[in-house]
Design a binder for this molecule. Structure first.
Ligand SMILES: [Zn+2]
Ligand SMILES: [Zn+2]
Length: 52
């Protein structure tokens, strides 16, 4: 029922917690950049699953 918002970082697939604008300080700092990798370090984040 609760709305799940994705992290606004384009390469990040993390779901934000309540009241969060970004999943991590990394993503917040990376806004406005065109990086293709997310290095937030969260398990399951698409940004670090490119090795598969
Ligand atoms: Zn991420
Ligand atoms: Zn993120």
């Amino acid at each position: 029922m609760s709305e799940q918002k994705k992290c606004p970082h384009p390469a990040c697939s993390c779901i934000l917690g309540k009241g969060q604008s970004y999943c991590s300080a990394y993503c917040e700092g990376a806004k406005g950049t065109t990086t293709v990798l997310c290095e937030c370090g969260h398990a399951g984040c698409k940004g670090e699953a490119l090795k598969s």
